[in-house]
Design a protein around this ligand. Sequence first.
Ligand code: KG4
Ligand code: ZN
Length: 399
Amino acid sequence: MAICYIQLINTMKILAIETSCDETALALLEASGDSTSPAFTIHNTALHSQIEIHKEYGGVFPAMAKRAHAKNIIPLLEEVLKDEVTEQNNPADTDWTVIETILEREPEVFELLKKYSTTHTRPNIDLLAVTVGPGLEPALWVGINTARALSVLWNVPLIPVNHMEGHIASVLLEQQVTAFPVLALLISGGHTELILINEWGTYKKIGQTVDDAVGEAYDKVARMIGLPYPGGPEISKLATTARESSKEIPEEISLPRPMLHSKDYNFSFSGLKTAVLYLIQKLEKEHSEISEIQKQFIALEFENAVTDVLIKKTTNAITEFGIQSVVVGGGVIANQHIREKLTDTATKEDVKIFFPQQELSTDNAVMIAMAAYLGQFSDEVTVNPKIIAKGNLSLDAKK
Ligand code: KG4
Ligand code: ZN
């Protein structure tokens, strides 16, 4: 049965779980305010990154990601709740059969949770939140099953959250977005999307990549020039060195700006990545091997090409939809050059622009808690909802 009392509580303590890709993240937040002016305080966060595991393979493997999430999620729960609970042996009054069924596919999580729960007091939490998609389904399931188990164990309602709504909400820590319509530009390893928002909770996708995401293109280009995963920061470092040298990009290093002049809001980065491959092959033929300087200029030209397309489409959307605020989210926004160019664009177009704090630009659970708070104003919230992982969940679809 739906629980509606939540809206009556002035402040709400939210525990959020994020396991959509290669980060196991938990966050404990306090939220207050209405849906137009929410305020958030972080109580604690705990995060384990699997980058070292996946680095070796140049990408994220779902089965390996799932195993690492299952191993780390309860130790991280213990860490995030350390100031909320005390150690104490509890009487064996929990019926573990329902919880064991929920965690049927995650026996390791079940054993660790049982041990944790019987040795710690129950935390005071009003709402649980978990990412249900988009992402890697085996990885998402670990978070979902753990969240459902906690929902039953503590009798606390649980709300499903769209990971991309999390990236949008990531800007709401210590700042308020009040001028609508809002345009969200989401640029991550899995997504490149432009979203129109007339009020929090209603999302209309106006464009997206038709092939690779921006971050994915960065990662693939990095691999081509022998740099480790994740490639974004590596390419960006090379590009910055070339940019700061103030030397002209040599004529032979020239890349296309895919879909720059298309009238829609879609993107394509696969052709750009292939153009980099052909360019490397051509340079290797002519110079036997590419030099460090050539690598830097390739990175710079690639970053300029990506930025030109992102800026053009964002500018077009600002004009067509009468946008008042631009919200930018996703791992790629850690890129200083893209940030600066977007900021310049906002100034020129006279709109407000909002970025997440640096540590909230990559995947985290703080953003999932903030999106859950926005969601609970309109969504039904229940204990132990029958939620499932949705690898391809879209922002304009139902959760
Ligand atoms: O949002 P995120 O943490 O995970 C996904 O949901 O995909 O984004 C990760 C992506 C990776 O592709 C990574 O290479 C890229 O963000 N990235 C960057 C930078 N830092 C991370 N791309 C460009 N420049 C950066 N500085
Ligand atoms: Zn993400």
